[in-house]
Design a binder for this molecule. Structure first.
Ligand code: PMP
Length: 384
C-alpha cells in the first residue's frame, strides 16, 4: 500500500524533485550544477522575502548545522538571549553551551509561547548581542509572532536570528521587511526537498559582523569559509571550499522551481487551509491540541493530546492504515504530531482525520466518532 507521509520532515518529495537528482555524471564545476546552485540561492531569497541586499548560504547539513553556524557571528564573552518554546528552542542553549558565550533562556509554560512583551522586557535588562527565536516550534506546533517581536527589539539588540526550519515555505516570512539578521531553514521540511542541506540568509549587518570579527566558530561551520563559494557560484563560477552535495542541490533547485510556479502566497494559503482543516477535525473529535493559544497555531505542525491511549500505539496502527505521523517529543505532553507541510493537500487532511478517527475509536480513546471527517468536509467545502 502506498503510504501518506504526514511527518515533520522529511516530508513527501515530488517525483520531479527526486528525478532531478538522477544524473550519473554531474561534477561540482559543471555548468549544469553551478546553474542549479545559483538558481537555488536566488530561490532562497524568494522564500525568505529578501532582496539582493541579503546573502544566501546553502551548505551541507540541516537545521542543526544552520543553527550552529550562527556562531560565525559571535565572539568570546558575547551575551545571547534564547527564546525557547520547546525542544528545538532549547537546542540553541545546548549549542551555545559548547562555546565561550553567555546564554540566558526565556521559556513559557508548555504549549504556550514567550510573548513579544516578555522578550522586549528582557532585552532591556541586559546587553545582548544576539536574540534567537524559533518561528514554529516543531515539538509543540506553536508559532512565535516574529514580526511583532522584531518590531519591539530591532533597535535594542545587534542581531536577531530566527530558526525557520518549520516555517519557511509555509508561513509568511519577510526577513528583510521585519529586520531579521539571520533566517535559517533546512531542505527537508516545508520546502519539500530531500534532507541534507542547511539554508540561511544574512542581512547586510550580519555580513558586516561576519567579515569584521574573529568569531568563535570552528572551521566547517564557519560561514566566512563558505561566503566566497556562495558569491562565486551565484555569479556562475564554481568554487571549492568543501565538496557540495551536488545531487541534493539539483533536487533543491527543482523544488524551488515548483515553489515559484505555485507562488509563495498561494503556497502559504494552501498550508493555512490544510492546517485549519486538520485542526477543525481534531477539535470536532473532542481532542485537545498541544498549542494552547489559537493565535499561535501553526501552518505546519499540530500536536494531538491523548487521554487514554499510548501515542506509540496510535502511530503503529495508523501506519498500518497507510498514514505515517510523527511521535511527540516534548516531555510535558502525551501526544503525537501531524506534520502538514511541503506538498500536502486538502485531501490529505481528510485522509489524516479519517485514519485518526477510526484508529482512536478502535483503540478506545474517548472521541466524538463520526464528527471529525464531517467537520473537515464542512470546513473545506467553504475554504478558499
Ligand atoms: N529547528 C527546528 C524548528 C526543527 O524542527 C528541527 C528539526 N526537526 C531542527 C531545528 C533541526 O533540524 P535538523 O534535524 O535538520 O538538524
Amino acid at each position: 500500500m502506498d503510504k501518506l507521509l504526514l511527518h515533520v520532515g522529511p516530508t513527501t518529495i515530488k517525483e520531479d524533485i527526486l528525478i532531478a537528482g538522477l544524473e550519473n555524471n554531474v561534477g561540482f564545476t559543471s555548468k549544469e550544477f553551478v546553474d542549479a546552485f545559483s538558481y537555488s540561492l536566488k530561490g532562497l531569497r524568494y522564500v525568505m522575502g529578501v532582496s539582493k541586499n541579503y546573502q544566501p548560504f546553502i551548505t551541507p547539513g540541516g537545521g542543526t548545522s544552520a543553527m550552529e553556524s550562527v556562531t560565525s557571528l559571535l565572539k568570546n564573552g558575547d551575551k545571547v538571549l534564547v527564546v525557547s518554546n520547546g525542544v528545538f528552542g532549547d537546542r540553541w542553549e545546548q549549542i551555545f553551551k559548547r562555546y565561550p558565550v553567555k546564554v540566558k533562556v526565556l521559556r513559557p509554560s508548555p504549549g504556550s509561547y514567550v510573548t513579544p512583551e516578555e522578550v522586549e522586557e528582557e532585552v532591556q535588562k541586559d546587553n545582548y548581542k544576539m536574540v534567537t527565536l524559533t518561528h514554529v516550534e516543531t515539538s509543540t506546533g506553536v508559532r512565535e509572532p516574529i514580526k511583532d517581536i522584531a518590531r519591539r527589539i530591532r533597535d535594542k539588540v545587534e542581531l536577531i536570528v530566527v530558526d525557520g526550519v518549520s516555517s519557511v515555505g509555509a508561513e509568511e516570512v519577510k526577513a528583510e521587511e521585519w529586520g531579521i539578521d539571520v533566517y535559517l531553514t533546512a531542505s527537508q521540511k516545508a520546502l519539500g526537498a530531500p534532507a541534507g542541506l542547511s539554508l540561511l540568509v544574512l542581512s547586510p549587518k550580519a555580513l558586516e559582523v561576519l567579515n569584521s570579527e574573529e568569531s568563535i566558530a570552528g572551521y566547517y561551520l564557519n560561514l566566512r569559509n563558505w561566503l566566497p563559494v556562495m558569491r562565486s557560484t551565484e555569479e556562475g563560477k564554481a568554487m571549492y571550499f568543501s565538496t557540495p552535495p551536488v545531487h541534493v542541490i539539483m533536487q533543491l533547485a527543482e523544488a524551488f522551481r515548483l515553489i515559484e510556479k505555485e507562488g509563495i502566497e498561494n503556497r502559504i494559503k494552501r498550508h493555512s487551509i490544510v492546517a485549519s482543516a486538520i485542526r477543525t477535525g481534531i477539535e470536532a473529535l473532542g481532542l485537545e491540541i498541544v498549542a494552547k493559544r489559537p493565535e499561535s497555531y501553526s501552518n505546519t505542525v499540530t500536536g494531538v493530546v491523548l487521554k487514554v491511549v499510548e501515542p506509540s500505539k496510535v502511530l503503529s496502527e495508523t501506519i498500518n492504515e497507510g498514514v505515517e505521523f510523527a511521535p511527540g517529543v516534548h516531555p510535558a505532553f502525551k501526544y503525537f504530531r501531524i506534520g502538514h507541510m511541503g506538498w500536502v493537500t486538502p485531501n490529505d487532511a481528510i485522509v489524516a482525520i479519517s485514519v485518526i478517527e477510526r484508529t482512536l475509536k478502535r483503540l478506545g480513546e474517548p472521541i466524538r466518532f463520526g464528527e471529525g471527517v464531517k467537520a473537515v468536509q464542512e470546513y473545506l467545502s467553504s475554504a478558499r
